[in-house]
Design a protein. Structure first.
Ligand SMILES: Cc1cc2nc3c(=O)[nH]c(=O)nc-3n(C[C@H](O)[C@H](O)[C@H](O)COP(=O)(O)OP(=O)(O)OC[C@H]3O[C@@H](n4cnc5c(N)ncnc54)[C@H](O)[C@@H]3O)c2cc1C
Length: 283
């Protein structure tokens, strides 16, 4: 149906974004294809490096799962997606396919690294890297006849940890700005990699470009986290939202970015067993 309707058909998963869009006539597909009865898209599993989440896994199920606890940023973000009622119906695949630039799950996928599996009408499968999945506002690399079947989020592990923080006008609202940090330490405890992804400030979630000497200047303390995050904040061109003008979004990225970097760093240290095991850096 998806193939024969040539872009005039839309998949229905949890309906938490599609149905409001239908109500408002922002989407007027000729046909709605309900995939809820499809078996095999509800798998939730931990593999060596990834948490594999079937497209129809409900956001609330993932939030309450042991698998989500393998990724700090996933745990942080899931309670912030809408409300319990929307998370009971809303799926992980639907959230990613919807490609809202303020969507929490898309930002975590980009921030921790991962991939999306897609399948077309002929059963051809392909893997799309998180870095090339989001193509613009509500736009992804999925073709009109492709179904997202699975998302694979990189796990945290010894020496590797992630954190997610957002600012929204009220709990459950879409974020005015959001950040996902991922820090890796080598066995001596020295930082070997830093990733900082940003959401809600442009037309898609994206990985911020860090200066070449970012690691050299990084000491894992508040001062270097502030320095790095304000460098990132000054390098972006936020688009602004109804509630957050561009200058405020830039400010938020500086503040939240530093908090997320510190939180991820502390978690990474603790995962190696040489952290101070004290309070986490809270927003
Ligand atoms: C009150 C409210 C508050 C919300 N707040 C937030 C929030 O803070 N953060 C946030 O991220 N989201 C929020 N949402 C959206 C919610 O998370 C949705 O669940 C999610 O965006 C879409 O998932 P869904 O399963 O409901 O998909 P649907 O609404 O069924 O589909 C959404 C889109 O994705 C396509 N699609 C769905 N599944 C697939 C698939 N497997 N393959 C290909 N295409 C597919 C559909 O065709 C459609 O275009 C909110 C929604 C509501 C109603």
């Amino acid at each position: 149906m998806l193939e024969s309707m040539r872009g005039e058909a839309r998949v229905l998963a949890g309906g938490q974004s599609l149905v409001p869009m239908l109500n408002l006539r922002l989407a007027v597909p000729a046909v709605v294809v309900d995939i809820n009865w499809l078996h095999g898209l509800e798998r939730l599993d931990c593999e060596e490096s990834f948490i594999s989440v079937g497209a129809l896994v409900r956001q609330r199920r993932l939030e309450r799962s042991a698998q989500a606890r393998q990724c700090g940023a996933l745990c942080d973000c899931l309670p912030l997606i809408g409300h319990v009622g929307t998370r009971n119906r809303g799926t992980v695949g639907g959230s990613l396919a919807h490609a809202d630039p303020a969507g929490e799950l898309g930002l975590v996928l980009v921030g921790v690294g991962g991939e999306v599996l897609a399948c077309d009408a002929r059963g051809e499968r392909r893997t799309i890297d998180s870095g090339s999945f989001f193509e613009g506002f509500l736009s992804s690399a999925l073709g009109p006849a492709e179904v997202l079947t699975e998302a694979r989020f990189h796990r945290d592990g010894p020496g590797r940890a992630s954190a997610f923080i957002e600012a929204a006008p009220r709990h459950g609202d879409f974020a005015s700005a959001s950040v996902c940090a991922c820090v890796e330490l080598d066995s001596s405890g020295a930082t070997s990699s830093i990733r900082l992804a940003l959401g809600a400030v442009t037309d898609r979630p994206f990985l911020a470009g860090l200066p070449d000497d970012a690691l050299a200047g990084w000491r894992g303390d508040k001062e270097s986290a502030d320095e790095l995050a304000s460098l990132v904040a000054s390098s972006i061109e936020p688009l602004g939202t109804l509630h957050a003008p561009p200058q405020y979004q830039r400010h938020l990225i500086g503040v939240l970015g530093a908090q997320a970097l510190l939180k991820a760093f502390q978690r990474a240290k603790q995962s190696l067993g040489n952290g101070d095991h004290g309070e986490e850096a809270h927003p």
